[in-house]
Structure formats: C-alpha cells, structure tokens
Design a protein around this ligand. Structure first.
Ligand code: CDP
Ligand code: MG
Length: 171
C-alpha cells in the first residue's frame, strides 16, 4: 500500500435515538454524503448495556473522563430506542467527520455543524436535570478509537468494497 493509502480512513457514525425518533436521519446523512464520504456499512440495531459499556468506556474511556453518573445518564438516553450505525470512508475521514458533527455540547457547537444546526442543549441543563446530552450522532474521536469501534459494531462481512463512481480518493 502506498503512503497515501494510510490517509484513507474509516470512521464509525451512529445516528442516536433522538435523530432516529425525530425523523432527521436523512437530513443528517446528507451532510456526510455531500462532502463525498463513502458509506461502506450501515444497519439499524438496538444495543444493550454491555455493548454501550464496551463502546463508551472500554474504547471511549467515558467513565474515566466524565464519571459513572454521566455514563448512566447517557446509557438511559442511548437505550430509549434503536440507532443506525454506519461506517464512512474517505480522506482523513475521522477528523473530517468530527468537524462535520461539531463538539459534544450542542450549546458550544457552531452553526453549520450537525449538532449546532439540529440540536440545542447545555451540559449545565442536562446535568441539573439528570439526563444524557441528546446530540444526535456519535462519531469516532480518533483513528485508534475508530478501528476498535468498527470492530465492535460491525462484522467484517458487513463492510463492503464497491466502486464509487466519484472514487478518486477511496480504496
Ligand atoms: O460524543 P463525543 O465524543 O463528542 O463526547 P464524549 O465525551 O465521548 O461523550 C459521549 C457522549 O456522552 C456524548 O456525545 C453525550 O451524548 C454524552 N454525554 C452526556 O450525556 N452528558 C455529559 N455531561 C457529557 C456527555
Ligand atoms: Mg467520544
């Protein structure tokens, strides 16, 4: 593989229960498609607590960073319904997807990002109310997290290699 191939990355995106329940998955997905990211896997699932513990703590170190109470609020939010999990591929896709999604707190997310354009919530309010922060989508934080998350959410045969007619920058 050439050096440039190392810059082709895959990122895990999860449409959280609020985006599914609000019926805005299509609008959000368009943000990723319109920059030319390639969908290489997609499915609707309703993961259990063990799966979310592996995702948020074993891989994302959320309890370590934010505490068990915040994890529990988030778990209650994430288990309110099914989610749509997806793997997106493209040039430096991991930081690109994070840029499109915006920061964790909708209050701090700039307009033009998914979280800024489609949600409003602050850490202050969610913590005071004892709820998770409904911020529409999960996106892998870095390349190493992305690799572990994709292995957790998808079997190898659920990811597809196919030619993309735009395909100058994909595998
Ligand atoms: O999702 P992101 O990588 O931006 O943030 P994180 O620090 O990895 O936290 C994971 C998720 O936990 C967030 O996306 C929020 O939905 C949720 N969270 C929460 O419910 N309450 C907080 N105070 C912080 C995060
Ligand atoms: Mg994270």
């Amino acid at each position: 593989m050439g050096k440039e191939q190392d810059l082709i990355q895959r990122s895990l995106v999860v449409f959280k229960p609020d985006s599914v329940q609000r019926g805005i998955v299509g609008k959000i997905l368009q943000r990723f498609e319109q920059v030319g990211l390639k969908i290489v896997g997609m499915k609707m699932v309703m993961p259990d607590e063990d799966h979310y513990r592996a995702h948020y703590e074993d891989i994302g170190e959320m309890i370590t960073r934010r505490g068990e109470k915040t994890f529990q609020y988030n778990l209650a939010y994430m288990t309110t319904g099914p989610v749509i999990a997806m793997v997106l591929e493209g040039v430096e896709a991991v930081p690109l997807v994070r840029k499109i999604v915006g920061p964790t707190e909708p209050k701090s997310a700039e307009m033009g990002t998914i979280r800024g354009d489609f949600s409003h919530m602050s850490f202050g309010y969610s913590d005071a109310k004892g709820i998770g922060v409904p911020n529409l989508v999960h996106a892998s934080g870095n390349v190493s997290e992305a690799k572990k998350e994709i292995a957790l959410w998808f079997k190898p045969d659920e990811l597809y290699d196919y030619s993309d007619v735009r395909a100058k920058f994909t595998r």
